[in-house]
Design a protein around this ligand. Sequence first.
Ligand code: TYD
Length: 211
Amino acid sequence: MQGLFISVEGIDGVGKSTHVKFIETYMQEQGFKTITTREPGGTELGEKFRALLLSNKSHMHRITELLLMFASRQELIANVIEPNLKQGVCVISDRYIDASIAYQGLGRKIGVDKLNSIISLLEPLLIPDLTLLFDAPVDLTFSRVGRHSEKDRIEQEDKSFFLDVQQAYYTIAKNEEHRVKIIRTDQHKEQTRMIIKKHLDNLIATKKVNS
Ligand code: TYD
């Protein structure tokens, strides 16, 4: 039986990482074997691309950035996502294709048409069963990132960049309501967790119906 594929998205500083851990634990409690990975990265080669992509010492064209994101993604699909899904493992990915649409497509203004052509190159093109899009006001996320000791290359961008990325995520969520669920993180953590659980329970129920 094919495993479940969950991706997690959101602008920098939204507090995604703690929730990824929670999702993993909850799915395990529900009896699923899980693997958690991240983008860019998640494979030996992908982590090298990540280092290049996020280093403040790197200077690259926006298309180079896009191609490296997808090079990392192809490695992750071939070596981690596809084989684990085939074995029935629940794959949780901290970011996936939606991040490229939001950050490179709209944030860097490359455009969705070019994005679509590169998405079509992925082998195989796997779409998550559920995407949890964490969201909070950019004023809040921006000040959170600002408190880091050192911002990475992408976190260096200004507030308007993140407003564009956030809008892009909203558009994706609107166009794919069945897959993408927006979860606010500017509320009590327990409240956020209740909503995450609700979406995961729905996903598990759908899986049972279809299997
Ligand atoms: P992030 O996932 O936020 O990791 P951390 O929490 O460790 O900072 O960092 C990845 C960065 O890469 C983030 O700024 C978003 C960016 N990114 C893209 O611009 N495009 C992509 O396709 C992906 C996967 C990430």
